[in-house]
Design a protein around this ligand. Sequence first.
Ligand SMILES: Cc1cc2nc3c(=O)[nH]c(=O)nc-3n(C[C@H](O)[C@H](O)[C@H](O)COP(=O)(O)OP(=O)(O)OC[C@H]3O[C@@H](n4cnc5c(N)ncnc54)[C@H](O)[C@@H]3O)c2cc1C
Length: 395
Amino acid sequence: MDADSPPENADVVVVGGGVIGCAAARLLASDYDVVVVERGKLASEATALAAGEVTISPSYTDYPEVGSHALEFFYEYDGTGEFHYEDRESVELVPTERIGEAKRRSERLASAGYDVDFLDGDEIESLYPGFDLGDEFEGGVRHVETGFVDPYTFATTLADDATERGATFLTDTAVTDVLVDDGAVVGVDTDVGRIEAPTVVVAAGWRTSLFLEDVTPIPVRPYRTQCIVLDLGSDMSETFPMGWIPGEHVYFRPELNGDVLVGGWSFATDDPVGASGNADEEFVQHVADLAPRFLADGDNARFVNGWAGVDGATPDTRPIIDAPADAPDGLVVATGFHGRGVMTAPVAATLVRSIVTGEETDLPREPFSLDRFENRSREFRFVSISSGDEAYEED
Ligand SMILES: Cc1cc2nc3c(=O)[nH]c(=O)nc-3n(C[C@H](O)[C@H](O)[C@H](O)COP(=O)(O)OP(=O)(O)OC[C@H]3O[C@@H](n4cnc5c(N)ncnc54)[C@H](O)[C@@H]3O)c2cc1C
């Protein structure tokens, strides 16, 4: 829609047209008059830069319903418009000194019903010829319930669906203020005019905590994370799994054109706007050194492309999807997706809809509630999920 003539009112205004705003708008638009306001182009920030990995089942082994909700959505949504969900297992390569621990963990997960098993190095190499593991990685944990998507196509397909259901998208339009009257949200101001609405969903990525600074404290800080693409001279698209290497700060997945994407190397940043959009030279070098240690054609690796982007981190790495008790009525927050926003979008959308409508959902609310944090300051220690090592922390 033309940003010069925004609608004057709506049932729900969504602030932010990333994957979370688009997914939430789609689920709300069937029953509400929804306006999504995006300061730039749709899905042009963290969403456009994501690797698109869907590793939500291994990330939520304490809440299996979270992983299964997301996976069911991806299976069902596959084939909608241009959207494709690529079902692909993952291998978490385990350094030799952690083999015992990894075997125990995979047994525990398998007995809890996860499709997980431990493979020794020979089994990995015969199943996936792209690997050459040597003595350093004597095995790995195979997680079957994983896959990947193209994040931009995913978000724009959600937006197309939302539009079909009646949602309006205003791009190149910033929301400047949330309007509150008598303890309740009454709308937003944008740089092209006011939109009155009793419900405002703030899905503004890492900017959410700054945007709501005067409304309610949100413990989300920006961090920078990166990806590079390698051409190994062999086609990895069919034969290669996804995976990650604890302690090495990397995850990887095949590209459908046969290349390999390697991501990770995440650090908190105090300069999210000025931060470079290129992959760091140290990261490129790290991957160049690492590739021959686990890839059969690692010595042939040729750098194709690299980039960095900024996402929002929370103290415990899980997002905040909530109507905060101390915020004005009608304010819903969906932020802090900490490297997992693409895979968590179906879950976030269902939770946002449930908060707005009051409908029941089988999804748990507690891992996403704001009041799980006693301290809501933005000054917390950043935990990198791409280290693949829960114990790994840095300032
Ligand atoms: C390099 C990289 C790799 C990643 N890999 C993965 C992965 O493999 N799997 C995965 O699940 N996740 C991954 N992520 C994380 C994922 O990209 C994010 O968690 C997800 O995109 C967050 O979506 P979002 O909608 O919250 O944020 P965003 O995509 O950042 O969208 C927020 C939007 O809000 C808009 N906005 C902000 N303020 C305002 C305002 N005042 N008015 C109007 N609009 C506003 C912004 O312009 C922006 O478009 C990766 C991220 C990066 C950077």
